[in-house]
Write a protein that binds this ligand. Structure first.
Ligand SMILES: [Zn+2]
Length: 286
């Protein structure tokens, strides 16, 4: 209740799914060449269908950051996402990190992904997320590309310290990075002068669920902000084929607690309000 006695509406948090298959993740990239992708058993279609069913149980709409590569091969899947009322957004064409591409190839990749997705879905795509949160101070030009390609928002920064990605001193909440382009970072909780991850990834599976619940509650109650949460279709698939020869750390991060994921997502969906990114941030930077 506010001092005036009016009820405070619970904050709607942003739910996002990065639509890629288990063998496309950046940590496995050195072991799985892109030209082998077509020959590997596909799990993304069945996993996304399971996620669509999970969201329908709770009447939740989310944003699906989808690879152009996946949309080209599974257009019916993309149409099922859109027909169920979810937002279709872009995760680039074939999962290159922005840091390994440079200005020209990056711009071409994100333009191609937008065109493919819009063609399949028959509607505009305004959101983009860089693979492995690969935008930061060293390649700030990426935001010029994202704006130039016609996107209105990006969710490409995780403001934490991590060995593969992360900008620990980046702003924690939505902010304008170019005229007409808003960056919406993945959720963090501020504790002991540090940003701790609260928006998904391996942390969500590794740490006990009550830590995630406490973190999102704190972001909503103390920061009075929506939390941006993300997960992948392969995280709800404990039976996925094992990728051979990645390092022990990559292996651990990828496979830890997969069997607990669906139950944890059910808890998240029932304990918080969730919505599409474009609807939550439609008024631009907050
Ligand atoms: Zn990805």
């Amino acid at each position: 209740m506010t001092p005036s006695g009016a009820a405070v509406e619970p904050i709607v948090n942003a739910l996002s799914i990065d639509v890629e298959d288990y063998f496309m993740v950046s940590a496995f990239a050195p072991h799985v060449p892109r030209n082998s992708w077509d020959s590997l058993p596909c799990r993304v279609e069945a996993n996304i269908d399971n996620i669509l069913a999970l969201l329908a149980e709770r009447d939740v709409h989310a944003t699906f950051f989808t690879l152009g590569w996946v949309a080209e091969r599974y257009p019916a899947l993309v149409r099922r996402i859109v027909d169920a009322g979810h937002e279709l957004a872009s995760h680039g064409y074939e999962h290159y990190r922005a840091t390994e591409q440079g200005y020209g190839p990056f711009l071409a990749d994100i333009r191609l992904a937008k065109a493919v997705l819009e063609d399949v879905a028959g509607q505009p795509v305004t959101g983009y997320r860089a693979p492995s949160f690969s935008v930061g101070p060293a390649n700030d030009w990426a935001f010029d590309c994202i704006a130039l390609a016609g996107y209105r928002y990006s969710s490409s920064i995780y403001p934490i310290r991590h060995d593969h990605y992360g900008v620990p001193d980046a702003p924690r909440f939505a902010h304008e990075v170019r005229p007409g382009l808003t960056e919406i970072p993945v959720a963090t909780v501020r504790l002991f002068g540090k940003n701790l991850p609260a928006g998904g990834g391996g942390y969500f599976r590794l740490l006990p669920y009550p830590i995630s619940r406490w973190s999102i509650r704190r972001i909503n109650a103390v920061d009075r902000m929506p939390a941006m949460f993300y997960f992948h279709p392969w995280e709800v698939d404990p039976e996925q084929p094992r990728v051979v020869t990645p390092g022990a750390k990559a292996k651990f991060r990828h496979y830890v607690n997969l069997r607990r994921m669906t139950g944890r997502l059910r808890s998240l969906l029932s304990e918080f309000r969730w919505g599409r990114v474009d609807r939550i941030y439609q008024s631009g930077a907050q």
